[in-house]
Design a protein around this ligand. Sequence first.
Ligand SMILES: Nc1ncnc2c1ncn2[C@@H]1O[C@H](COP(=O)(O)OP(=O)(O)OP(=O)(O)O)[C@@H](O)[C@H]1O
Ligand SMILES: Nc1ncnc2c1ncn2[C@@H]1O[C@H](COP(=O)(O)OP(=O)(O)OP(=O)(O)O)[C@@H](O)[C@H]1O
Ligand SMILES: [Mg+2]
Ligand SMILES: [Mg+2]
Lengths: 251, 251
Amino acid sequence: MIITIANQKGGVGKTTTAINLASALALTRKRVLLVDLDPQANSTMSYIQDDVQADASTYAWLCEEGTAPSFVDTPVAGLSLAPAHLALARVEQQLQGDLEAPYRLKDALSQLKGQFDFVIIDTPPTLGLLTVNAMVASQQLIIPIQSSYFAMEGTDDLLDTVEKIKKRTNPNLEILGVVVTMYDRRTVLGKDILDQIRDVFGQKVFKTVITRNVRLEESPAYKESIFSFAPKSSGAQQYLKLGREVLKRVS
Amino acid sequence: MIITIANQKGGVGKTTTAINLASALALTRKRVLLVDLDPQANSTMSYIQDDVQADASTYAWLCEEGTAPSFVDTPVAGLSLAPAHLALARVEQQLQGDLEAPYRLKDALSQLKGQFDFVIIDTPPTLGLLTVNAMVASQQLIIPIQSSYFAMEGTDDLLDTVEKIKKRTNPNLEILGVVVTMYDRRTVLGKDILDQIRDVFGQKVFKTVITRNVRLEESPAYKESIFSFAPKSSGAQQYLKLGREVLKRVS
Ligand SMILES: Nc1ncnc2c1ncn2[C@@H]1O[C@H](COP(=O)(O)OP(=O)(O)OP(=O)(O)O)[C@@H](O)[C@H]1O
Ligand SMILES: Nc1ncnc2c1ncn2[C@@H]1O[C@H](COP(=O)(O)OP(=O)(O)OP(=O)(O)O)[C@@H](O)[C@H]1O
Ligand SMILES: [Mg+2]
Ligand SMILES: [Mg+2]
């Protein structure tokens, strides 16, 4: 099962969801691969200390033909990582005019068939070729939406892109769900925004809401998932619940 | 004095800084114009309730020749607003190949010479034509940087763009300062990130740090600045201090 985490809005919790959902699934004894497709490599930095070479990153998966897709271990048992590299920023330019360009990730992942139960793909805040590659390669899409007054701006563009991809390149792509992130329980505004998101996305909205929890901001600095860093935190409990909800929805 | 608020990273506090710094300056009896150059129109939504027509927005400033640049009042005394519109998303495409494209905002603002003491420009999270227009039109740049583990990723690209603009189109552009946003006092991580930002930007970093304060998230829902919405909050006190620091640096 290949799942893309996408929202072209910046700073809405894509990486935080990718790294902790991937860990949550690994904790249930699933074999999980976290694929970092963002040139900013935030998912990579959350688990890996050492420098990554471009030819050992997802850049090579997309742009270096004939490379067997490589990945590395993370500190989390059962979780592997395909690290990103800043070279990904050139992919759009490099694959300009290549009709195969949207399928590069799909082809690379097909070489890993059977090695993983879940592939979780973190994407950059754009609707460009990298995010398209992720959506073309995936069966499912999870959309993190930040609980903020401006939360819904731009979701139309994201949904248009999904529709275009379903129409031509990947009719199997489904929206697995919308996860509300950085929710603040203390405000009336938070409640209003949650209602607004539920009005628009209905049953797609996961029951699990991720509330604002500073532990989720800290764990990447220690190269740990939230589950080893702060297992009793609300962040850990909520991402564990989200993992269970995802398993339920895909079964 | 024309000041651009820019950082191509999403969700780092550009809009929150634009709307509240503009108000802080208006509170000191300066005549201030807040220019919204983001198709997502978040600054606009923070002060204006009614729908804005494309031909009465900054889209018209950039793409409709011969239009006198229009603006509207806000609930804040002394603060006017040039509202944005989703049509701005087409500007890059529409002005394709036009050698004058980077100068459109500069030309529009020159028609308003003498009407305002400060022009504050909110920009989208990109380094495209809209942000370039803002930087070409401005004397000063303020860079909000979110206090987060991934804070410094991407600042190189921003600084490269500034250098390119200084080299050719606007040699007068200066970085007025870097403002650290969404700082969390309670964490060791916050302290480390602040030190890291200060190591890189030195004296450019404003003494005023904006800490995380939920009131700053709420005030746009009420179409008020933080100063009328929650005058005693840390958000209000800090943006007031930032206003004073800006005045000191430009005098
Ligand atoms: N529930 C939460 N509580 C507190 N902080 C959070 C939470 N979720 C995310 N954050 C923090 O907010 C910031 C943005 O989150 P994140 O990096 O996951 O977003 P993103 O969508 O991947 O951003 P980008 O578009 O830049 O890749 C990070 O500093 C992260 O640690
Ligand atoms: N100091 C703060 N404390 C609490 N919340 C904040 C603070 N600063 C900004 N926010 C909230 O964080 C979110 C992102 O901030 P903002 O919209 O100002 O960023 P931005 O850089 O303009 O984002 P974009 O790139 O999408 O335009 C908003 O919901 C905002 O209300
Ligand atoms: Mg990310
Ligand atoms: Mg903004």
